[in-house]
Design a protein around this ligand. Structure first.
Ligand code: JHZ
Length: 398
């Protein structure tokens, strides 16, 4: 295959996770049939984009999607803070327009709606888009974003948000061109995406799944956006989702902040160098063995273990590490996921209340990115002697 961004042919292998089920492919019954697909991570030496080779049809991935961003207080706060900053930065008001690509349940745009700034969300998942309209009063178009979609709208945006969606895009150049088309001349696009350097440094291998086609560095984003007449004006490194970049780009920015050159300097000889990825596979193997041995040891002692969070990353972690048989069930606060079964491992998903009812000895946090938030509202479980296991970046028991 050729690079999804620059088209170069000579992509270098980084890691193979073998054949994996779809990470959000929750099952109605434990006996339901499910497909698996290869999960191979590669690196483009030309533009530094890390990507997977397999492209699963987005219709299979997103038609029955059950991820609601509002499930995390951390996400809600981060979105509210970003909106507040953006309103001040662009002096937005009733005559402005804010568009969000993959607006999910409206968790971000609702903050603009609350202060009467016009918004338009775009999201292909019908149930979630309906929820955004019904619950958060966010006007949402049910579709995949593309240049053609951008051209079908007869307005332009002051601000475009694209949080946790660039990773999911197969045709990056079409999406970037669509963004450039949809921006007013002085409009800005604000993108948040998991940072590949955090993924490698913190062994976050379970964030590799078929939905995530691309794993970005600042450098790879610069290559992409420059190709479509946009420049990155500033960048922030956030803790969210295990480490993310928040970049702001525009068509003719007057100022490029030092944050861009500063972060770029730290990326030289790391994310742009194939050698940087050389030991990733071995570090993943070490983590897999540690996690397996830890859980196996606990089972030998007769301990009961549950999973906490039916996350996409949890699916990959459980399947790749072969630990599903050690867990009795998984709890998750998303009503749409409760009662279903985890992909590959077929564990039943219960509401979080099950943890106190059942009081397992250990709960493995499968959304380790929200470990603090999860533990903060499970203090009673801890008081009664329950312990949490955090698998990434290294196995720890708290
Ligand atoms: P979470 C998601 O991946 C989906 P996932 C997506 N593909 C993406 O790009 C990345 O994020 C960045 C539950 N939960 O966010 C809710 C509790 O039960 O880590 C969710 O099901 N109690 C768009 O799925 C799951 O955990 C809680 O207190 O790997 C979180 O999944 C909290 C905070 C969450 O990402």
């Amino acid at each position: 295959m050729n690079c999804r961004s620059c088209g170069a042919a000579d992509l270098k292998p980084i890691l193979s996770l073998g054949n994996m089920p779809l990470a959000n492919g929750l099952l109605n019954k434990p006996t339901d049939y499910e497909d698996t697909y290869p999960l191979e991570l590669v690196f483009c030496p030309e533009c530094a984009l890390v990507q997977i080779t397999e492209t699963v049809d987005p219709v299979k991935l997103f038609t029955d999607y059950k991820y609601y961003s509002s499930g995390s207080k951390t996400m809600l706060k981060s979105a509210a803070d970003l909106v507040e900053q953006t309103i001040q930065r662009k002096l937005l008001g009733e005559d402005s327009l804010v568009i969000e690509i993959a607006s999910n349940d409206g968790y971000l745009l609702k903050n603009y709606v609350a202060v009467d700034i016009p918004v338009f969300g775009i999201d292909p998942c019908m149930e979630i888009a309906k929820y955004a309209k019904r619950v958060n009063n966010v006007n949402t178009g049910m579709d995949y974003f593309s240049l053609a979609f951008a051209k079908s709208l007869n307005y332009k945006a002051d601000v475009i948000h694209a949080n946790n969606i660039m990773a999911h895009m197969g045709d990056l150049n079409d999406v970037a061109e669509g963004i450039a088309y949809l921006l007013k001349p002085d409009g800005i696009v604000i993108i948040e995406t998991p940072y590949v350097k955090d993924m490698i440094d913190k062994v976050e291998f379970d964030t590799i799944y078929h939905e995530h086609l691309c794993y970005y560095s600042l450098m790879s984003l610069i290559h992409l956006f420059n190709r479509h007449g946009m420049s990155i004006m500033d960048v922030e490194h956030l803790d969210i989702h295990g480490g993310s970049l928040r970049v702001t780009a525009g068509k003719s920015p007057k100022i490029i902040r030092d944050s861009v050159s500063d972060l770029l300097a730290t990326e030289m000889m790391t994310v742009d160098d194939y050698g940087y990825y050389e030991y990733f596979g071995r570090r993943v193997e070490v983590l897999k063995k540690d996690l397996f041995d830890t859980l196996y040891g606990l089972k030998l002692q007769g301990k009961r273990i549950s999973g906490y969070a039916a996350s996409a990353k949890g699916s990959i972690l459980m399947n790749y590490c072969g630990i599903g048989e050690f867990l009795n069930y998984v709890v998750d606060n998303t009503p749409a996921k409760q009662g279903l079964y985890t992909p590959g491992t077929h564990l039943k998903i219960y509401p979080p209340e099950k943890l106190l009812e059942d009081q397992p000895d250990y709960a493995l946090i499968l959304a380790w990115n929200f470990a603090d938030e999860i533990m903060s509202h499970e203090q009673e479980y801890i008081k009664r002697g329950g312990k949490f296991i955090i698998p990434v970046p290294k196995v720890s028991i708290l």
